[in-house]
Design a protein around this ligand. Structure first.
Ligand code: 8X3
Length: 250
């Protein structure tokens, strides 16, 4: 029987690339996101490879998360793999001028949203005595950089949550993998800089950034590892990147 994976933030970037990668291994997919049109398009692209279903909700809306996941038809309820990918950076400011609305948005999706989805999915995994949770953290969860304080704090929380989930859930046969990407060229910087394309483009200038597919390959590797192997942590940097903000540009 094929496995079922639920991916949050599946409409673009790392989430979408992960859906593509897992579909090639015949894993059935629950594609979650806020943009239904994009999810439908992805579902059609994946149709030759695997079965998919769509859930439209915002991870930061606790009731909507619970309602959406509880409403899954019986054949989709036994989720084997949860990829907690939804999250973003909002704003790039020194702490004294940071916008609390940006802080709320980051903590609500990157931390609380991840928890809400985990809460909706893990009881079933515990009952079945198996499962795999993949949390998408960041190099920013391991290093704090100026102007990214709250984003970094939100990802440091993801690091702690991955560790804690592993402590709580290993006894139930559930694996936990923490994935920490460096500079990946997606909509990430465009959202961080609120649509300023020139500023976002500069982040990836003069070196070859990671592609969403590079991270998806790592996620697929962790998910497809043999039953007795847990990939607990992976940090993936662009080759020109020595640390979060140390990038050698040409
Ligand atoms: C994104 C990576 O280094 O731009 O999570 O903060 S970084």
């Amino acid at each position: 029987m094929s496995r079922i994976a639920l991916i949050t933030g599946a409409s673009s970037g790392i989430g979408k690339a992960t859906a593509m990668a897992l579909s090639k291994s015949g894993i059935d997919l629950i594609l979650c996101g806020r943009r239904e049109d994009r999810l439908r398009e992805l579902s059609e692209t994946l149709a030759p490879y695997t079965r998919t279903t769509i859930l439209t909700f915002d991870v930061s809306d606790r009731k909507a998360v619970t309602h959406a996941i509880d409403s899954l038809p019986a054949e989709w309820q036994a989720i084997d793999i949860l990829v907690n990918n939804a999250g973003n950076a909002h704003g790039f400011d020194s702490i004294e001028v940071g916008d609390p609305a940006d802080w709320d948005a980051m903590l609500d999706s990157n931390v609380k949203g991840l928890l809400y989805v985990t809460k909706a999915v893990t009881p079933g995994m515990v009952l079945r005595g198996k499962g795999h949770i993949v949390n998408i953290s960041s190099i920013a969860g391991k290093e704090t950089y100026a102007n990214g304080t709250v984003y970094c704090a939100s990802k440091a929380a993801v690091e702690a949550l991955s560790e804690g989930m592993r402590l709580d859930l290993t006894k139930h046969g559930i694996k936990v993998t923490n994935i920490a990407p460096g500079a990946v060229e997606t909509e990430f910087s465009l959202i961080r800089f609120k649509g300023d394309e020139a500023r976002a483009g500069k982040v990836y200038e003069g070196f070859v950034p990671l592609r969403a597919e590079d991270i998806a390959d790592c996620i697929a590797y962790a998910v497809l590892a043999p039953a007795h192997v847990t990939i607990s942590d992976m940090t993936i940097l662009a080759s020109a990147q020595a640390a979060a903000t140390t990038v050698y540009r040409k």
